[in-house]
Structure formats: structure tokens, C-alpha cells
Design a protein around this ligand. Structure first.
Ligand SMILES: Cc1cc2nc3c(=O)[nH]c(=O)nc-3n(C[C@H](O)[C@H](O)[C@H](O)COP(=O)(O)OP(=O)(O)OC[C@H]3O[C@@H](n4cnc5c(N)ncnc54)[C@H](O)[C@@H]3O)c2cc1C
Length: 309
């Protein structure tokens, strides 16, 4: 990496106000954990992403993407590199095509929040994304993770994905997208690093009232079942095939288990919450303890859904 002050100067020259320094991962993630970051960069359009990636690679600066930071457990040591976030240029949404009397394609920038997309579609009577209301991520990560809830998932409504890697950009149709539980495999994909730039959704015409009612019901379920008033990254573990991680954890007697300020939520056993000053080390110790005890009790090794950076 370049000398630190030269790095700051050159990045500021390249991006003006769209680069920020002196932030911590705790401020950028919903778990509110993690040390300092070298820089947070907002790229406004595809060309700028390419420019930034070229600059960072030329200067051998490690970098990674960040959306809303709602699926990440970040290290206490921080990240001595750059985080790339998609700025306003990646937050557009429009109806792109009327496929038939009742089917519509909507193109959304990868930087938009899922909640905003679900609201926009609801207001226009476009159904299919009701399940996404309340998932606090952005479109790009949600499609890569095949985010889902209440028996639906992104894969059911995605028609195409536009990806870029700092050199080229490509739109992959549905036939190239292979969704499975919390993952997406694309073939043929671009060589890494892969950045999702936009997603096209295939939605059904319906009534705004019916869509909003369904979304309100899902919001209510979340409020009842999930510890939304405490920092977390949602479900910590994936559900093993045919089982529910929360049930395995609860029946192992681990609800409420604590390591320092990291705790298995007393409301939802698959949410790990930060009670105030939890560290990544404490969260990881809690994760290991839960994995060991569940394996001992049920013979199942739980696999994290949260990304441990
Ligand atoms: C209270 C709560 C409830 C939740 N409920 C659900 C739920 O019901 N269902 C569910 O599936 N998840 C749920 N989650 C988890 C989380 O919201 C999803 O995984 C979401 O898709 C993550 O989006 P993000 O923008 O926050 O991604 P981040 O956490 O910022 O990033 C996740 C990964 O995606 C990468 N990434 C980010 N943007 C891009 C991009 N444009 N291109 C390529 N890679 C990118 C990052 O580098 C990282 O590897 C919940 C989380 C919380 C806190």
C-alpha cells in the first residue's frame, strides 16, 4: 500500500468528497463491531468503479465491497485497506419492460436498499418482493446471498444480473444464474473481483393494498420474533437441510448464553446480539461454543450465514 498520507491525498484528488477516512467498521456494520478502516469510497457509476479498482490494484491496496454491512462480523483489528460502496448512481430504479399483461421487468441499481425497492414496487402494484420488506441489506449483496424470508427468496424474482469487475461489465440472463440456499453461482462469470451493479426483477401486477398488507404482516412477524432493537447481523447460522438452526440452539439450552457482551438473543436463538461493547473475538468465541454444544447435542455442525471478515 502507498504511504498513508500519499494514499489519502491521491484518493481525495481522484474522488473529492466521495472518500471518507477515520471511520470504523463498527459504524458501517449492523452488529456495531469492528476496528478502523483505511478508507470508505463511494463510486457513483460504472466508470468510476473501474477507475477506483484500477487505482487500488495499482497501489496494491486491499479492498472489498460493503453494502449495508448487515451480514458481516468485522474484525476488532479493522481493515487496513479500502471499502468500496456503491453511491447514488447505483440507486436508480425504473420499470424497464412490460413483458405481458401481468408481468413487468423492473431494473434496480445494486446500491439501493431492498426495503426501498420493495416499497417502490408496492406503490406501483408490482408483487414478488414482499418478503424482502425488512431485510436490511442492499440489492447487490441480497442477490449474491440469495437473501430470503418467509419461504421466498431473491432467486424466485431475479431475471438478470449486471456484474462488473473493474475492467468489464456484463449482463447475465436468468439461464446463467444458479441460485441455491443463500448463494448464487454465475456461469459464465467475469473473473474476480465481482461487483453486482444492477438487477432486473420479474414481477407480477397486483394491487398495492394487497401487497402492502402482506408486507405489513411480515414486518409484524419480524417485530414479534426478532430482537430488532439490538445490534445483530440477522440469522447467524444457515438452517441445516430440513432443520432450523434456531430450534437446534434453543433445544440445546443456549438461548441467552453470553461471552462478554456477545449474546445468543433471548428472543430468537439464531440471532447473536451485541449488548453494547461486544468484540469480534467475543462473537467468535460465542459462535464456537454454540457450534460445539449443538454438535454434541444433535450431531449437526452449524455453518455461519454471517460472513466473518
Ligand atoms: C435484523 C436483520 C434481519 C435480517 N433478515 C434477513 C432475512 O430475513 N433474510 C436474509 O437472507 N438475510 C437477512 N439478514 C442479513 C442481511 O440483511 C442480508 O444478508 C443482506 O442481503 C446483506 O446485505 P448488505 O448490503 O448489508 O451486505 P453486506 O453485509 O454489506 O455485505 C455482504 C457481502 O456482500 C458483498 N457485497 C456487498 N455489496 C455488493 C455488490 N454490489 N456486489 C458484490 N458483492 C457485494 C460484501 O462484500 C460482503 O461480502 C438480516 C440482517 C439483519 C441485521
Amino acid at each position: 500500500m502507498l504511504d498513508r498520507s500519499l494514499f489519502r491525498t491521491e484518493l481525495t484528488q481522484l474522488l473529492g468528497g466521495r472518500v471518507r477516512f477515520d471511520l470504523t467498521l463498527a459504524r458501517l456494520t449492523t452488529m456495531k463491531i469492528g476496528g478502523p478502516v483505511g478508507a470508505l469510497i463511494f463510486a457513483e457509476h460504472v466508470e468510476e468503479c473501474h477507475q477506483v479498482v484500477t487505482f487500488l490494484e495499482k497501489n496494491r491496496t486491499p479492498w472489498r465491497l460493503i453494502g449495508r454491512g448487515s451480514n458481516v462480523l468485522a474484525p476488532d483489528e479493522g481493515f487496513d485497506g479500502a471499502l468500496l460502496a456503491l453511491g447514488d448512481g447505483f440507486k436508480t430504479i425504473e420499470k424497464s419492460t412490460d413483458l405481458s399483461a401481468d408481468k413487468v421487468l423492473v431494473r434496480a441499481g445494486a446500491g439501493l436498499s431492498l426495503t426501498r425497492v420493495a416499497d417502490w414496487c408496492a406503490a406501483r402494484g408490482l408483487a414478488g418482493l414482499e418478503f424482502a420488506a425488512g431485510i436490511p441489506g442492499c440489492v447487490g449483496a441480497a442477490v449474491l446471498k440469495n437473501a430470503g424470508a418467509w419461504g421466498s427468496e431473491m432467486g424466485a424474482v431475479v431475471a438478470s444480473v449486471t456484474v462488473m469487475n473493474g475492467r468489464e461489465e456484463r449482463t447475465l440472463p436468468r439461464s446463467c444464474l444458479h441460485f441455491s440456499y443463500r448463494s448464487l453461482w454465475m456461469a459464465p462469470a467475469l473473473p474476480a473481483p465481482l461487483i453486482v451493479a444492477a438487477v432486473e426483477f420479474e414481477l407480477r401486477r397486483s394491487s398495492t393494498v394487497a401487497i402492502r398488507e402482506q408486507m405489513a404482516y411480515y414486518h409484524q412477524l419480524r417485530r414479534e420474533k426478532q430482537p430488532l432493537n439490538q445490534p445483530s447481523a440477522g440469522s447467524f447460522f444457515k438452517n441445516p437441510p430440513g432443520l432450523f438452526a434456531a430450534e437446534l440452539i434453543e433445544s440445546s439450552g443456549l438461548k441467552g448464553l453470553r461471552v462478554g457482551d456477545a449474546q445468543v438473543s433471548t428472543r430468537h436463538a439464531n440471532f447473536f446480539v451485541n449488548r453494547g461493547r461486544a468484540t469480534a473475538r467475543q462473537m467468535i468465541a460465542l459462535m464456537r461454543e454454540v457450534q460445539q454444544k449443538v454438535e454434541k447435542q444433535h450431531g449437526v455442525m452449524l455453518e455461519p450465514e454471517v460472513e466473518v471478515w
